[in-house]
Design a binder for this molecule. Structure first.
Ligand code: ZN
Length: 276
């Protein structure tokens, strides 16, 4: 059966306990949730952490604890964010993956306005440094694309040898200031990447299901979780990230596809197994 990589992004930078009491925010909660998602069949965990006030953070201590607690429980592929908050230094953004050596980390391939009051900055010098460092220590970049220009920006870094081939993309659709979560946009983006590339996609909020179905139909991989969407259905909060994992697994099965195990994911993406 065709294998599909299912990433779960349980936390993200934005949802608060006020918006949903079910979002896991501190290391023990995140690790327990990731383990439950692993048991439900998730292939990869995309990790963000929060500070003691539950705000978006790149705290190394929180990452260290979270990663350790997950690794004690299971061998799910780890993908750490490099953008857990705005206005952070390059060093703060890079330290978690440099020290903890997950198999993957996010590579946000350009800057954009984030909504109407902030700017998500990924400067040329940061992207160059980030790409070279990931290459050096064997962490696979997940090229996050929020807008079409970022695909062309990635092409530049691929041509320059800062990103290795074959690349892996994550199309993030429906972010405030980015491309909207429509079937047409995903079809277009998918047509612009190298033939040898692997890719995954997600829609934020109500775009979640249309993008999940489209991604599977186009032969892509998928991502679910409260980073992107806190509602299981209209007006109904998901009580756990596991609900999203289980639904994605059912949908994939209906399409004749099977979710890849962590080891199958390592093979599909050419990951080098990392240990502390
Ligand atoms: Zn993220």
């Amino acid at each position: 059966m065709e294998k599909v990589i299912l990433t779960v992004a349980p936390t993200g930078a934005w949802p608060t306990k006020k918006e949903t009491p079910y979002v896991p925010l501190q290391p023990e909660e995140i690790a327990a949730e990731v383990f439950a998602c692993y048991q439900a069949g998730a292939s990869v965990a995309h990790i963000h952490v929060r500070d003691d006030e539950d705000k978006a953070s790149m705290s190394f201590e929180k990452f260290e604890k979270t990663v350790r607690l997950i690794r004690e429980r299971c061998d799910i592929v780890l993908n750490l964010t490099t953008s857990g908050g705005l206005g952070l230094s390059d060093e703060e953004r890079m330290k978690p993956f440099m020290e903890l050596k997950p198999e993957m980390a996010s590579y946000d391939c350009g800057s954009m306005n984030w909504g109407h009051s902030s700017v998500f900055i990924n400067s040329p010098s940061f992207l160059e440094k980030l790409g070279m460092t990931m290459k050096e220590i064997g962490v696979k970049p997940e090229i996050e694309v929020f807008d079409a220009g970022m695909v062309y920006n990635a092409e530049y870094y691929l041509n320059k040898g800062i990103l290795d081939s074959p690349p892996h993309y994550q199309f993030v659709l429906g972010a405030p200031g980015g491309m909207s979560a429509t079937v047409e946009n995903l079809v277009f983006l998918k047509s612009r990447i190298p033939e040898t590339a692997t890719w995954s996609a997600l829609g934020i909020g109500k775009g979640h299901l249309p993008i999940l179905y489209t991604s599977l139909a186009l032969g892509g991989n998928i991502r679910v979780g409260m980073e992107d969407n806190i509602y299981y259905s209209k007006g109904v909060l998901a009580k756990s990230n596991v609900e999203f994992v289980e639904r994605a697994k059912r949908i994939a099965a209906e399409l004749g596809k099977e979710i890849a195990t962590p080891d199958e994911t390592r093979e599909l993406l050419g990951l080098r197994r990392q240990t502390i």
